[in-house]
Design a protein around this ligand. Sequence first.
Ligand code: NAG
Length: 346
Amino acid sequence: MAMEGVKGIWFSFPIGLLLSLLLLLSHAEEITELEAQSIEVFKEGPYSVGRLDIPPWGEDPLKPLLVAVPTAKGVYPVVMFLHAYFPVKNYFYWQMLEHVASHGYIVVAPQMYDITGWNTTDEMLDVASIRSWLPEGLTNFFPPDLAEVKPDFQRVAIAGHSRGGKVAFGAAMGLFSPPSFSALAALDPVDGATGHPTSPPLLTNSQNSLNLKVPTLVVGTGLGPAEHWMFPTCAPEGLDHVEFFRETAGSAYHFVAVDQGHQDILNDDVDFLACFLCKCKAPLAPMRRFGAGILVAFLDATVGGNGAGALNDVIRNPHLAPVRLEKPEFKPLVGSETSPNRVMSG
Ligand SMILES: *[C@@H]1O[C@H](CO)[C@@H](O)[C@H](O)[C@H]1NC(C)=O
């Protein structure tokens, strides 16, 4: 009898376990479906992507362009993407750019310089020149099999990383040329070195002083200001994403990847360099997928015209991001009562 009792327990134990597992699974499925939208942006999108390497085209500025372009017939918004300071190159971001393009965006990443000095003014001017060249020149470099792929030059965003994020800010503000971008995304933007902003300094140390007239995304990393060997800090406090967000008059989003480093959005094939230059958290894939995905969510909400669904999903469910996030922040344009949904629906 006693033996049978024990057997009974052994018999019912797996069934009970199975039942609770099934219950868990069906519940998990429910969550997955509910939250699918925000997860989607962190995965490769539905478009296959072509890569174009466009050489300098014979008029100023003489910049090579790396272009990630969806190959399917269609009309796509355009994003310019500006790389970080020397020795970082535009093609170090290829995996991220390809991810963004696979969601239906044409990404144009100029090689801004090989090495350059303290003054970013020329970069802001170069961005404006490239921006005004794009509508007349870009598709001349499309091969015949991209004949049905049309960039929409009414919907152009500017994005950049590190120093490129600062230059993107300057270009979007129209510091040296009329502003010509509909949205701005700055990935761990940096205004310069501690006590020594690059010229011209953009930050004023005063809240809401940067009155951009376009929606803005600011992404930051927790390890950006970290000490790293004897190198200057990659993203010094006071000149980093925190201050850019504080000074942006809105409407602006702020996402901070707490455990990640300043260069963690680069390609896997340069992870050694990324971790040599700045404190990092390898492997880089999760942060790269986060950077690409949050950029896609922001573009969807602005130039993509797809609404703020994915962006709001990440704000409500930051734990769904592939990296650990601080509580995301949004501020509406100062002086407006607009909710994120209404700002982003246009
Ligand atoms: C930065 O460069 C611009 C354009 O080349 C120049 O006009 C300006 O004087 C420079 N600024 C500084 C502080 O050197």
